[in-house]
Design a protein around this ligand. Structure first.
Ligand code: PLP
Length: 401
């Protein structure tokens, strides 16, 4: 008899983003000409000074278990980062370092959720939030946003979603999948609502902090409203800003009680993040930062290219997001249309699979992020690939009747 899987695992599904990347790779392996715009990682390599710091750590024998929730040197670098870039004061004992940002979120929710606790998540959301909440026994509560509001949650909608059972609100700015980022004024308005709910904690996922464009000024909620500092977990990581997705280092700072409890989860799971990657992250945070503005400019050019070309596609409406490396166009005008093969575009999932089939462009459908009919394009790809992909999307949309 085969083993019965756990109830906790049965509650979750694999991320749709990974599934689309897998499909794209499989088609490529069959020899199909596929452009994959489904993955959420920078196409740049990790800067050399960071790689060298890792090599040095290995040469110096820094290859053993470390303190459970991070080496003191990395905690100090995180404290300095929050002070320098966000004006936030933390001490070492308020910092957690985990193997990747995803694990930071998992550790925080695992450490604090009991059955029936609600986690409020504006949609569209990063695919993992609801599943991590479910995995940890919590109940996700979604707050849908609209394209007209640039996919940002408004105070009155947030107020309606909060209940005495709400334990966490998860904010993500700039957002994966929409690229939308909250201004300081918008955060203050949300904070105003949260001040009326003193039992709600806020987990802010600032993973894309360094990828905002034009004049946009990044702000995080504990900075926008210092009265929320004591109940905010400010989460970030090196994955996106320093092109270090494979190194697996994420971090957070917040209330000592939560941080200590997260270490409790790690003590019986991962033990610690990789010692070598932690030393690399020290260099990423303390070393030269010139990599970041250079990348930002490249991404901004790509965003402008993709937004402009998608808006020229028949039936697509694509807002200009403030940050991250995603756009999230609506295909509401294309629902119900038919492909030249006679297949109906019944929803955004059908759009994604017909587009992959007809033109070999892999994107992720909006329902996977909890809000359709839309799709997500990751523009972490070369300009040539992006131009080609957008031209194919234009041709596909033009072929629908
Ligand atoms: C919004 C958001 N948060 C967290 C993560 C996880 O980052 P990491 O790769 O460090 O686990 C991602 C990765 O895609 C993300 O998009």
């Amino acid at each position: 008899m085969s083993i019965e899987l756990s109830t906790a695992l049965k509650r979750v599904k694999p991320p749709a983003t990974a599934e689309m990347s897998r499909k794209a790779r499989a088609l490529k392996a069959e020899g199909r000409d596929v452009i994959a715009l489904a993955a959420g990682e920078p196409d740049f390599d990790t800067p050399d000074n960071i790689k060298e710091a890792a090599a040095r750590a290995m040469r110096e024998g820094k290859t053993k278990y470390t303190d459970v929730d991070g080496i003191p040197e990395l905690k100090d670098a995180v404290v300095a980062k929050f002070k320098r870039e966000n004006g936030l004061d933390y001490t070492r004992s308020q910092v957690n370092v985990s193997p990747g940002g995803k694990t930071v979120i998992f550790n925080a929710l695992m450490a604090t959720l009991d059955r029936g606790d609600e986690v409020v998540i504006p949609s569209p959301y990063w695919v993992s939030y609801p599943d991590i909440a479910l995995f940890c026994g919590g109940t996700p509560v979604f707050v849908p946003t609209t394209l007209e509001c640039n996919f940002k949650v408004r105070p009155q909608e947030l107020a309606k979603a909060l209940t005495p059972k709400t334990k966490w609100l998860i904010l993500n700015s700039p957002s994966n999948p929409s690229g939308a980022a909250y201004t300081e004024t918008e955060l203050k308005a949300l904070a105003e609502v949260l001040l009326g709910f003193p039992n709600v904690h806020i987990l802010t996922d600032d993973m894309y902090e360094h990828l905002t464009y034009g004049d946009f000024k990044f702000t995080t909620i504990a900075q926008a409203e210092p009265k929320l500092y004591a109940r905010t977990l400010t989460m970030n990581g090196v994955s996106k800003a320093y092109a270090m997705t494979g190194w697996r280092i994420g971090y957070a700072a917040g209330p000592e009680k939560v941080i200590k409890a997260m270490a409790g989860v790690m003590g019986q799971t991962t033990s610690c993040a990789s010692s070598i990657a932690q030393w690399a992250a020290v260099e990423a945070l303390n070393g030269p930062q010139d990599f970041i503005p250079k990348n930002k400019l490249v991404f901004q050019g790509r965003r402008d290219l993709v937004v402009s070309m998608l808006n020229q596609a028949k039936g697509i409406s694509c807002p200009t997001p403030e940050g991250a490396f995603y756009v999230y166009p609506s295909i509401a005008a294309l629902i119900g249309k038919t492909t030249p093969n006679g297949n109906k575009i019944v929803n955004d999932e059908a759009f994604a699979s017909e587009l992959l089939e007809a033109e070999g462009v892999a994107i992720v459908h909006g329902e996977a992020f909890g809000l359709g009919p839309c799709f997500r394009v990751s523009y972490a790809a070369s300009n040539a690939e992006l131009e080609d992909a957008c031209a194919r999307i234009q041709r596909f949309c033009g072929s629908l009747r």
